[in-house]
Design a protein around this ligand. Structure first.
Ligand code: AMP
Length: 621
């Protein structure tokens, strides 16, 4: 059976693309009628309620139908009204105040959410792919900026589902761009991805290690791009044309001419601008490359500050960057390329079309996912289980091998010693039952627990493994609120071979591991039984006949011995049962002082537990 077809989609602010890999080579899919590769991320909603229009035809309606033509929805994804109301000035359509939980656009009497608009763009890409490939497309990899948070990623996924696409992976745009250049085939590298589009600028610094990309830092300016270059040039041209109050039409015409000139100047030393002034003839002017470059130089300079900041945030110097990747149409401007090269001290990769590089990389990722290639460890599941070492040295797994990313899990732990104020959590990775056989990831200290009897504190440990494979561990003592929060990179430096070995070892040693695990858990139980019996003996030992007390003391000594020396869990269990039997009258004596009625025929450990509960209830929180 052939592999499932998965397409790669770059869902952009201005334009979107769809690509697919054929025999390992990624290709952009074009519109079969127009031959276009870029699909403008613009949707026009007709007054009469007929089907929305997506792409170039919608973009053409922007000038005449501004309030019903929706663009830049990427800026609204995963946001509520309060987050986006600042964008109102930049948008020609109306944002609805009725729904505050999700950014919503008002189209007359109708409302449409940002993910629904994005879904229409995705649907058009799906249709395009199906027409071009001649088969049904149901699965996609979609890219998002590295700085997108969970809500924004989720909104993108939602848009995919609305469009009838199963989003098998959300990939960071800079990672996709790196994949398009095949950088994943390097063992390790530090990569700078400089992305200057029409209206946004992003820089991302990535660390690649054994096929895993990790985002070290991101920075940028959400309102800076090639459109600003156009505006500067058109303002200059308009002032030369000398019309005091230019009409919107003249402004638009000059703007188009300025953008065309800008594009020409990426390949030519000069270009001529023609603007028809109707009855007043035409405005004709030559623009040289050097004039254009000095005009835009402050804007180019403005992109460098975020680059420097990202380097600082990642604790890197420019010389530590091994690879520079350019993304976005505006990186075709030679002055931009030069500035990037000067900053990072090395020539950027420019072979792949900067408009297409992200979509092509998404297709590479899609290809890896559909082919099930194992030579590339590009995370979409966690390759090894992640857990915490328990008191007895066993591994308590919180996230299991092959858990989908992102993933989270929660588990409650407690203390083992009275008055314990610090808990040491050992985070481990691997399949083995005993923590020492697994890989140690981190030792975390949770401090500031108020002194309480052993077993009383409630320590909630949560694991959150994010899209980039970054594990975040938080430990909270829920009674006092003491909290600690650590980020760990579980896959850092882990090669695929190592992953396979760790999984294999867990099968080979399964039997022994299981026994060791049983013993470790039994010892934990034994510890609390020993602690309980010791406390009860101290408190109520004198209230029972001597023979009974000696019986408990003997059983306790044997239990301690078994806990430390028994080779298997069943011996410890026997001694624990014996201790419970011997301790029956002690348990009852203890209970009589508090609540004999609740105890009935309880065993020693149960009685100790009931007592603990009492203490807990009496203790002010
Ligand atoms: P993107 O958002 O990545 O599609 O980039 C679009 C921006 O790239 C727009 O501002 C375009 O004017 C600009 N652009 C496209 N081609 C060129 C070119 N050859 N030279 C300069 N800018 C370009």
């Amino acid at each position: 059976m052939s592999n499932p077809l998965i397409v790669g989609i770059d869902l952009g602010t201005t334009n979107s693309l769809v690509a697919v890999a054929k025999e390992g080579v990624p290709l952009i899919l074009t519109d079969i009628k127009s031959g276009e590769t870029l699909l403008p991320s613009v949707v026009y909603f007709p007054f009469d309620g007929t089907a929305p229009v997506v792409g170039s035809s919608a973009k053409e309606l922007l000038a005449t139908e501004p309030s019903r033509t929706v663009y830049s929805t990427k800026r609204l994804m995963g946001k509520g009204y309060d987050d986006v109301k600042g964008e109102t000035a930049n948008l020609s359509y109306e944002l609805s105040t009725e729904r505050t939980d999700v950014a919503t656009i008002r189209l007359g009497d109708n409302l449409v959410t940002a993910p629904e608009v994005a879904a229409l763009v995705l649907r058009a890409l799906k249709d395009r792919a199906e027409a071009s490939l001649g088969e049904t497309v149901t699965k996609a990899v979609i890219t998002v900026p590295a700085y997108f948070n969970d809500a924004q990623r989720q909104a993108t996924k939602d848009a995919g589902e609305i469009a009838g696409l199963e989003v098998v992976r959300i990939v960071n745009e800079p990672t996709a761009a790196s994949l398009a250049y095949g950088l994943q085939n390097k063992k390790s590298a530090t990569i700078a991805v400089y992305d200057l589009g029409g209206g946004t600028f992003d820089v991302s610094l990535l660390r690649l290690e054994d096929g895993v990309f990790d985002v070290l830092a991101t920075n940028g300016d959400t309102h800076l791009g090639g459109d600003d270059f156009d505006e500067l040039l058109s303002d200059r041209l308009l002032s030369e044309i000398g019309v005091t109050e230019p009409s919107p039409e003249l402004r638009a015409t000059v703007r188009v001419a300025a953008e065309a000139a800008k594009r020409h100047l990426s390949d030519a030393a000069q270009t001529d601008v023609h603007v028809s002034l109707g009855d007043n003839g035409a405005f004709v002017r030559t623009v040289t490359k050097s004039e254009f470059e000095s005009l835009i130089s402050p804007l180019v300079e403005r992109t460098l500050a975020p680059c420097r900041q990202a380097l600082t945030d990642a604790g890197l110097t420019a010389t530590e960057i091994d690879e520079v990747v350019l993304v976005g149409g505006s990186t075709r401007v030679p002055a931009v390329r030069q500035a990037v090269q000067t900053l990072f001290g090395k020539a950027p990769h420019t072979d792949v079309n900067p408009d297409e590089v992200v979509a092509l990389g998404a297709a590479v990722q899609a290809d890896i996912l559909s082919s099930g290639r194992t030579d590339l460890l590009l995370l979409d599941v966690t390759p090894l289980s992640l857990g915490i070492e328990t008191m007895g040295g066993a591994t308590e797994k919180l996230l299991f091998r092959n858990a989908k990313i992102p993933s989270s899990a929660k588990e409650e732990f407690t203390t083992s010693v009275d008055g314990q104020t610090v808990v040491l959590l050992h985070v481990v990775q691997g399949e083995r039952e005993m923590a020492t056989d697994n890989r140690s990831l981190a030792r975390i200290e949770l401090r500031g627990i108020p002194p309480m009897p052993a077993g009383l504190p409630k320590i909630e440990v949560t694991f959150f493994l994010d899209m980039n494979g970054i594990l975040r561990v938080t430990a909270t003592e829920t009674r006092s609120g003491a909290k600690t929060d650590v980020r760990i990179k579980p896959t850092y430096g882990l090669a695929e071979g190592e992953v396979r070995r760790m999984v294999r070892d867990s099968f080979v040693n399964a039997d022994e591991d299981f026994k060791a695990r049983m013993l470790a858990d039994m010892r934990n139980e034994a510890d609390s039984a020993i602690l309980g019996a010791t406390k009860l003996l101290a408190g109520y030992g004198n209230d029972i006949p001597d023979a009974d007390r000696i019986g408990v003391e003997t059983a306790l000594a044997e239990m301690k011995n078994a806990r430390d020396n028994a080779p298997d869990h069943s011996t410890v269990r026997e001694k624990m049962d014996a201790l419970d039997m011997a301790g029956r009258s002690l348990a009852e004596a203890a209970m009589s002082s508090v609540a004999r009625s609740i105890v009935g025929g309880k065993t020693l450990s149960e009685a100790a537990q009931v007592l603990e509960e009492r203490i807990k209830e009496e203790r002010p929180e």
